[in-house]
Design a protein around this ligand. Structure first.
Ligand SMILES: C[C@@]1(CC(=O)O)c2cc3[nH]c(cc4nc(cc5[nH]c(cc(n2)[C@H]1CCC(=O)O)[C@@](C)(CC(=O)O)[C@@H]5CCC(=O)O)C(CC(=O)O)=C4CCC(=O)O)c(CCC(=O)O)c3CC(=O)O
Ligand SMILES: NC(=O)C1=CN([C@@H]2O[C@H](COP(=O)(O)OP(=O)(O)OC[C@H]3O[C@@H](n4cnc5c(N)ncnc54)[C@H](O)[C@@H]3O)[C@@H](O)[C@H]2O)C=CC1
Length: 222
C-alpha cells in the first residue's frame, strides 16, 4: 500500500490553506465540515472562496509568509505557484507540521480522498493520486448505492450500541444482536419509513425499551 488510510479528528484544530482559488476553496470546505478552524491566506480570492467566509473560515488577504504556518495542525499548499507550494511544504516540515501540496503528490505528507458523506458512514476513495477524475466517478457511483437511508441506519445502530454497552460489555452476545438486526432488513424498512415493522424487530431482538423514534432523535456521539 502506498498510503496509510486514517480518519483524523480535526475538530477545533487550526488548519491553514494557502491559495484562495477553487482548489483551496474545496480543501477549506471539507476542513470546515469536520469542525476545524480554517484560515485561508491568499493575495486574491476567487468569488467562490470569498463566499466561504464564516465563523469557522477566516480569509486573510496577503502574501504568504513563513510565520503563517506556525501553530497549525495541518497545512495545505494550494497556490498556483509551484515553487511557493514547495516552500510552504519546507516551512511546514521545519515546524513538524503535516502538509498537503496540491500540485505535487510526491512532495505531500498526505493526499485527500473523494468522500461519500452519509452521517456516520463515510466512504473514502483514493486512487493514490493516479486519477482524481476516477476517484470522483467512483464516489458518484457509490453515492447511488449508499443513499441517505444509511445515515439514519447508523444513527439507529450507534444509539442502540451506546445504550447496550452502557449496561455492560458482553461482546459475544452483542455481536449476535448487531448481526441479527442488520440481517433482518432494517435498512429497507428505514428506506420505506416503516416504523411499525422497525419497532417490531427492535422489540423482538432487544426488548420494549428500544423504540425507533427515541433512538433516532439523538446523535450517537452526544
Ligand atoms: C494527489 C491529490 C492531492 C490532493 O489534493 O490531496 C490530487 C492532485 C491533483 N488533482 C488534480 C486534478 C483534479 N482533481 C480533481 C478532484 C479532486 N482531487 C482530489 C484529490 C487529489 N487530487 C489527491 C489524489 C486523490 C486520488 O486520486 O486518490 C479530490 C478527490 C479530493 C479533494 O480535493 O478534496 C477531488 C475530488 C472531489 C470529488 O469527489 O468531487 C479533479 C476532478 C474535477 O475537477 O472534476 C481534477 C481534474 C481531473 C484529473 O486530473 O483527474 C491535479 C492537477 C493535474 C493537472 O495539472 O492536470 C493534481 C496534481 C497532480 O496530480 O499532480
Ligand atoms: N489537488 C487538487 O485537487 C488539484 C490541484 N490543482 C493544482 O492546485 C493549484 C491551485 O489551483 P487553483 O485553485 O485552480 O488555482 P488558482 O489560480 O485559482 O488559485 C491559486 C491562488 O493562489 C494565490 N497565490 C499565489 N501566490 C500567492 C502568494 N505568494 N501568497 C498567497 N497567495 C498566493 C493566488 O492569488 C490564487 O488565489 C494549481 O497548482 C493546480 O495545478 C488543480 C486541480 C486540482
Amino acid at each position: 500500500m502506498k498510503y496509510y488510510p486514517i480518519f483524523l479528528d480535526i475538530k477545533d484544530k487550526d488548519c491553514l490553506v494557502v491559495g484562495g482559488g477553487s482548489v483551496g476553496a474545496r480543501k477549506a470546505v471539507t476542513l470546515e465540515k469536520c469542525g476545524a478552524n480554517v484560515t485561508i491566506i491568499s493575495d486574491r480570492f476567487s468569488a467562490e472562496c470569498d463566499r466561504l467566509k464564516s465563523s469557522r473560515i477566516c480569509l486573510e488577504k496577503k502574501e504568504y509568509e513563513k510565520k503563517d504556518a506556525k501553530g497549525m495542525f495541518l497545512v495545505f499548499a494550494a497556490t498556483n505557484n509551484a515553487d511557493l507550494n514547495r516552500q510552504i511544504k519546507a516551512d511546514a516540515l521545519k515546524l513538524n507540521i503535516l502538509c498537503n501540496v496540491a500540485d505535487a503528490p510526491d512532495k505531500s505528507d498526505f493526499i485527500l480522498p473523494s468522500i461519500v458523506d452519509r452521517g456516520d458512514l463515510m466512504v473514502a476513495v483514493s486512487t493514490s493520486g493516479s486519477s482524481p477524475a476516477m476517484a470522483k466517478k467512483i464516489r458518484q457511483a457509490l453515492e447511488c448505492h449508499f443513499g441517505p437511508e444509511y445515515a439514519k441506519l447508523l444513527q439507529l445502530m450507534g444509539n442502540i450500541r451506546k445504550k447496550l454497552l452502557s449496561s455492560g460489555h458482553a461482546p459475544d452476545d452483542h455481536k449476535q444482536v448487531f448481526h441479527t438486526l442488520i440481517g433482518k432488513g432494517i435498512l429497507e424498512l428505514i428506506e420505506s419509513n416503516d416504523e411499525i415493522n422497525i419497532n417490531a424487530i427492535l422489540w423482538d431482538v432487544l426488548g420494549k425499551e428500544y423504540t425507533y423514534q427515541d433512538l433516532v432523535s439523538s446523535r450517537s456521539d452526544e
